[in-house]
Design a protein around this ligand. Sequence first.
Ligand SMILES: [Zn+2]
Length: 326
Amino acid sequence: MGLDLLVKNGTVVDGSGVARYQGDVGIKDGRINAIGRIREPARRIIDADGLIVAPGFIDGHTHMDAQVAWDPLGSCSCWHGVTTVLMGNCGFALAPCGPDDREWFARCLEAVEDIPTDAMMAGIDWTWETFPEYLANVEQLPKGLNYGAYIGHSALRMYVMGERALTEAANEDDLDRMANAVEEALLVGAVGFSTSRATTHITPDGTPVASRIAEWNEIDRIVASMAKMNTGVFQIGPDTSSGSAYKEFLQRLRKITLDNGRPVMFGISSTKQGDDPLPWQSQTGFIDEVVAEGGHIWGQATTRPISAVFSAKSYLPFDGLPVWKQ
Ligand SMILES: [Zn+2]
């Protein structure tokens, strides 16, 4: 008999909130069946002395949409103990996407996430158009991580509205088509719908990405279609352009979760921001208030400061400043 795998001598952080402890972890038939001092024989033994043994982490905010096409390991997430990632955050996605728009979508990801367009065009076998087709493609790729995906607003808007997505409000027909596409995506397993109001999210031409052109009634309409199906998370990149814009943004989120009952996930700061500090305490205070009112709302913060590669050739955090443009 015995175990299939024994991970010995590790420091176990079991995720329950209990302090870390020294122990062995025994696995049989794909499940953990013992933790502690284990003497049972095992077919395979890993010595984890000096290492942490923990459940895989879930990274709820990645932009692995393109990388999954050419990197089966999912680095660098896999190096940090992440075993599940969500992609398609902030409205950026590679589906739905018409054949003529592929390069534009790739350039948008380059503008915001610094993923080179050339790498994307060379590394992706771009066979899909709709979101269900994209997910079916991800399904058959070799993968070392588990993946979940949002249907992204900027992609969806461009797909439905074409060039108008970058300048115009959606009409009734556009709204119907977007809501239908989101419902179709949820049926095949989309995690939900993502969007962004963040001023840092710009097209390669420096103009706001399509999701930022949308009026709030468009977002309300799409989240309502998720509510109708009783599934789907709403994720949003925050408007941090000023204190007043941010306050209004938070009130919108409050209304969305209270009206629809859908979970809302939004980026929060773990540090003070510039001249108009928005300490994280006010954000967690806001979350507590909305939860007390019956809303489902979560903040996403980084566990370390966000750093950027500084180069005059790529996007810089200064690009939004008038004085830098001069
Ligand atoms: Zn993002």
